[in-house]
Design a protein around this ligand. Structure first.
Ligand code: 1CP
Length: 342
């Protein structure tokens, strides 16, 4: 069994696996080189040879325990027929959503459009030995936000203007949930060992809407993955103290904490749910002494707890690749020290 699955399924605490969200991305010069010659981001995500190459860039450089497939959560809106473009400096821009045609997309149509993604996973799986292959999806709420808001909600987002017609929203959410389960199944059938669900914009929800739009949809997906015995990591970013209720009601196999969550509080309140992540990606831009102190802090807190080392959000583009290497070595050294102590 791979190291991540052993930590998640068996709650093993003898070894801390490590990988990074956005481990493939703009902080790597070899990624920027490919990106320079491939301006169309969706097309890039649908090119099996390039996806394989980009996915393996970080695992070739660093001693990581997992390869996360290079793709994007917005492949689902694309697969449902919405136009998706990525503009420099602006992030994703989506076309107007044709709700009826999205609701009528069949499973076969979706699978056909996504087949290069599944082909990439099969290729990556053949190449990585002794590492987990991680597939992923956006959570229903986060995908709904992009599909209706048509751009990143980072600048301005108003719940009531975006979510105004309840009957449509409910139908659309149901369709998104079904397609997410399908996309998870196809990724795992192609070789993904573990799945992560990114609810990146859960923190935008008013507290009284969390249960309907974040907990319930994540719970449906977790029920599905539990049935199929697919180890699944949830990441409801930005929900603060509601992380505790999330763990108790959704019961994910593993939970990724963001950097606003106090790791000691998490350890004491999540019912022994395996925890991943937490370290603020901005710490990676600081001097080595501060960095080492913060990394050790997470390692000490989670000493006897099932923990996967990762960040509280993705690697920032200004991060030096050597910093990733440095962190991997600190975590590896800790693991070696522990095994020699028995
Ligand atoms: O060159 C570039 O500008 C591309 C930047 C980039 C990259 C490297 C985007 C555009 N997507 C990706 C890959 C990606 N996206 C991965 C690859 C695997 C890895 O981690 O190495 C993953 C897991 C994602 C997931 C993703 N896409 C999320 C969830 C995680 C998060 O960041 O919260 C989200 C919200 C997206 C949407 C998206 N795609 C790209 C950007 C810049 C964004 C965020 C835009 C925004 O702020 O709204």
């Amino acid at each position: 069994m791979n190291k991540l699955s052993n930590c998640i399924i068996n709650r093993d605490t003898s070894y801390i696996p490590i990988w990074f969200m956005r481990q493939a991305g703009r902080y790597l010069p070899e990624f920027r080189e490919i990106r320079k010659n491939n301006q169309d981001f969706i097309k890039l995500c649908l090119s099996p040879k390039l996806v394989e190459e980009i996915t393996l860039q970080p695992t070739n450089r660093f001693d990581l325990d997992a390869a996360i497939i290079f793709s994007d959560i917005l492949m689902i809106p694309y697969g449902l027929g919405q136009q998706v473009k990525f503009e420099k400096g602006k992030g994703p821009i989506l076309g107007k959503l044709d709700i009826n045609s999205a609701l009528n997309i069949t499973d076969d149509e979706f699978i056909k459009k996504m087949s290069p993604v599944y082909e990439s996973i099969r290729n990556v799986k053949r190449k990585v030995k002794n590492k987990s292959v991680i597939g992923f999806v956006g959570a229903p709420w986060t995908l709904l936000v992009y599909m209706l808001n048509q751009q990143s909600p980072k600048r301005d987002f108003n719940f009531n203007t975006v979510i105004n017609d309840n009957s449509i929203v409910i139908k659309l959410l149901k369709k998104i949930e079904e397609i997410i389960c399908l996309h998870i199944d196809k990724q795992t059938q192609s070789g993904a060992d573990i799945v992560q669900i990114f609810d990146s914009w859960a923190g935008l929800l008013p507290k009284d809407k969390l249960s309907q739009f974040c907990f319930a949809p994540n719970q449906k997906i977790i029920k599905h993955t539990k049935n199929k015995k697919i180890p699944t990591i949830c990441f409801p970013r930005g929900i603060g103290k509601s992380y505790r209720d999330f763990c108790h009601s959704v019961k994910p196999d593993c939970i990724n904490i963001d950097y606003e969550v106090d790791p000691n509080w998490a350890k004491a309140n999540f019912n022994n749910t395996p925890i991943q992540g937490g370290l603020d990606p901005k710490i990676l831009l600081k001097d080595n002494i501060s960095l080492e102190k913060e990394v050790q802090n997470y390692l000490n807190i989670f000493k006897n707890y099932p923990y996967i080392f990762n960040l509280g959000h993705g690697v920032l583009p200004d991060t030096k690749p050597e910093t990733i290497d440095h962190i991997v070595k600190i975590v590896r050294r800790k693991n070696e020290k522990r095994s020699s102590e028995g």
